[in-house]
Write a protein that binds this ligand. Structure first.
Ligand code: WAQ
Ligand code: MG
Length: 274
């Protein structure tokens, strides 16, 4: 890979995001020069065929990046916690966040339930929350902070697919969420909770420095709006630098960590204690 390009897409309904439009879809890739055109085409198709509806505005941007300046990082280890229904999923999410040092759990779950924006809709980006007080810290509480400029190296993507396949998890959704979560933790985040905004996708996750990426089946109740909350410790991060890193610092995941199947909560927490 010599010259690489960041290709980003965001699609909204009613108006562009910056004019209050409803977020429909987004995607982030870092690809070689030859892949730019096909990536744009795939993103366009994806924006126009989304479960949330047809967008009125699609923004695709292409930016050349200097490969030598891109940080190479490792993916978080991936595991699925056993949860048979929504109740159990919520219990797991609470325990996993507590074990990661987050106290303000109900505030975050409330946001995923009601929708993060002031009018109860979903945002294109994430909520940033003070892990101690539960105070929201993102500068724009209508749009949130969008993590951008991350992807896998071709080798790492291949390796991840190879490991996910026997578990039946080799889907773009899992891979994209793991890439995002890995960049988010690398950027200085203590922990994250996420639920899709897609009404049909009910598996969510909690990720953290301590536990890695923990998938939680049934986390998304049909009534949840979905979204992402990044928990930070204010004594650990400079908020402005942190947000710039999330949005702008290009990152390639060059190394895949462990990929495990389903584990029950107790053994998962015990393992991570050692
Ligand atoms: N930066 C910040 N927030 C984002 C970004 C981003 N790049 N992309 C999405 N979000 C926020 C936004 O509010 C979306 O509405 C919300 O997250 C959900 O996004 O292991 O599919 O892409 O099985 O719908 C997790 C489990 C799936 C995957 C998450 O999220 C698995 C998912 P979606
Ligand atoms: Mg979605």
């Amino acid at each position: 890979m010599e010259a690489v390009y960041s290709v980003r897409m965001r699609a909204a309904q009613g108006a562009p995001h910056e004019k209050g439009g409803q977020h429909i879809s987004g995607a982030e890739r870092i690809v070689s020069s030859e892949q730019v055109a096909s990536t744009v085409q795939k993103m366009l198709f994806r924006a126009r065929n989304h479960a949330l509806g047809e967008p009125d505005f699609i923004n695709i941007s292409i930016e050349r990046l200097e490969f030598s300046k891109i940080k190479q990082i490792a993916a978080l280890p991936l595991v699925t916690v056993k949860a048979n229904d929504h109740e159990q999923a919520l219990f797991c999410a609470r325990q996993l966040l507590l074990a990661s040092g987050v106290q303000v759990i109900e505030e975050a779950i409330g946001i995923l339930t009601r929708g993060p924006s002031p009018d109860g809709r979903n945002m294109r980006g994430a909520v940033i929350m003070d892990a101690q007080s539960g105070r929201r810290l993102e500068p724009d509480s209508w749009r949130g902070v969008r993590v951008s400029r991350m992807d896998y190296t071709p080798q790492a993507a291949k390796e991840l697919s190879r490991l996910l396949q026997p578990l039946g998890l080799d889907h773009f959704r899992v891979k994209e969420a793991l890439a995002l979560a890995s960049k988010v933790i690398w950027s200085g985040t203590l922990a994250e909770i996420c639920c899709s905004d897609d009404p049909h996708y009910t598996t969510g996750y909690v990720s953290s420095r301590r536990l890695g990426y923990v998938r939680i089946p049934h986390l998304k109740h049909p009534s949840f709006k979905g979204g992402r909350v990044f928990f930070v410790r204010l004594q650990e991060v400079n908020l402005t630098e942190y947000i710039t890193r999330l949005q702008e610092e290009p990152v390639l995941i060059a190394q895949i960590s462990t990929v495990q199947g389903v584990k029950d909560l107790t053994s998962l927490l015990e393992e991570k204690h050692q």
